[in-house]
Design a protein. Structure first.
Length: 398
């Protein structure tokens, strides 16, 4: 068929201002996204590990793997890990990327085109037995580990967790208790009239207890007589700094006052004074996460958490849930360890990649079910195994 080359845009997921466009070879015989070292350095990507690579001549080498590139091709985008190659080599887009974006190579025109079966958005093959109304699909059978096969008990556990996660996800909306303060929680739950309260609270959620961070919009509202967006726009950064200091709202009052102010200005400038424009129109999960990452002070953990709360708790529809990762919550991590899905001293990255492997269509589906198990039964001390619904299958790696 000959060489197929397409222009792709690459953006650092963690630092969206770092972005490049390159001409990449489209190679359906390869798997991952491969970038030369000079492009990796220009994007400032973070190394997460190494992988053995087999070349066409059967030579095997160990190459570095980097995390977090948003790749845009033919109007579609997704988040991918990157395999590093020597400086000056050609960027290469492999089959994993094409399948995730549901793109194919037209052998006649030698160009990449959207799959004709779904020209308006990507479609994912997941071996469904039925389609669900929740907007995403669940495998009829859990996927196998790439590293080592799952046994029958592990497959059953994954099946149960996904089913339970879906049941919890499909429950009707119920008021979320962010802070334990009824008035503050009323404000945060009113995303129809005060969507900016939710967004600004997400920005504040770092380096202090979550309940304290999520109280900040309410505390500000008491100081200024309300939380209408037009009211917030009238306050300058120095006034916010004075409020943060006087009320001691955060561990880092000056910095977070700046982020709070800049968040308001970004909503005004980019979203026409309506923060719900961040998630309106059934966007892709990658788009929602990317938009949160563009707020100063927001990293991938907070951006993913925000997208998960919107999808899971507020029932905001999205085109897919592929990029919504499991939260590195204490309960979730403990349950994954005791089920044998991650190692005893696993990092947050290992947890996230394990969930991606178990259910790539929506890794965050495990949040609710595992959190429920960890809080109610799989406690740090004296776990109540006999009352847990996973008891017949759990290996109990305690």
């Amino acid at each position: 068929m000959g060489k197929v080359v397409e222009k792709v845009k690459l953006t650092n997921l963690f630092e969206p201002k770092k972005s490049v466009e390159v001409d990449a070879v489209i190679d359906t015989g390869a798997t991952m996204l491969v970038l030369p070292q000079d492009v990796i350095e220009e994007l400032g990507l973070r190394k997460i590990g190494e992988r053995r690579v087999r070349y066409a001549n059967n030579q095997i080498q160990i190459k570095s793997v980097y995390r977090g590139v948003i790749l845009e091709l033919k109007g579609r985008d997704g988040i991918f890990d990157v395999l590093g190659e020597v400086e000056g080599s050609e960027p290469l887009v492999g089959q994993i990327v094409l399948e995730a974006l549901d793109l194919i190579v037209d052998p006649i025109t030698k160009t990449v085109i959207p799959n004709p079966r779904s020209p308006d958005m990507p479609m994912t093959e997941i071996l469904m037995t039925t389609a669900y109304n929740s907007g995403y699909a669940v495998r009829s059978r859990p996927p196998k580990f790439r590293g080592s096969p799952m046994n029958n008990m592990q497959e059953k556990i994954v099946e149960i967790l996904i089913k339970r996660g879906k049941e919890l996800l499909n429950q009707p909306y119920r008021k979320i208790e962010f802070t334990g303060n009824p008035e503050a929680d009323d404000l945060l739950n009113d995303i129809k009239n005060f969507p900016h309260a939710f967004v600004l609270a997400c920005i504040m959620d770092r380096q202090i207890k979550a309940e304290r961070a999520w109280l900040i919009p309410y505390e500000i509202s008491k100081e200024i007589g309300g939380f209408e967006f037009s009211r917030l726009l009238k306050i300058d950064q120095n006034e916010f700094r004075e409020i943060f200091r006087r009320k001691n709202l955060h561990r880092f009052n000056d910095t977070m006052a700046e982020y709070f102010y800049l968040g308001i200005q970004k909503i005004h400038r980019d979203y026409n004074d309506d923060a719900s424009n961040i998630w309106k129109g059934k966007p892709r999960s990658a788009t929602v996460i990317k938009r949160f990452l563009e707020f100063k002070g927001v990293g991938v953990k907070i951006a993913t958490m925000a997208a998960n709360i919107l999808a899971r708790d507020f029932k905001i529809p999205m085109a897919d849930y592929i990029c919504i990762d499991v939260s590195p919550d204490t309960h979730v991590k403990r349950v994954f360890k005791r089920l044998g899905f991650i190692s005893k001293n696993a990092s947050n990255d290992e947890l996230i990649y394990s969930a991606r492997e178990l259910n790539p269509e929506y890794p965050g589906i495990f949040d609710l079910s595992c959190w429920e198990i960890g809080r109610n039964w799989c406690k740090p001390r004296k776990p109540d195994c006999k009352n847990c619904y996973l008891d017949p299958y759990c290996p109990k790696k305690i």
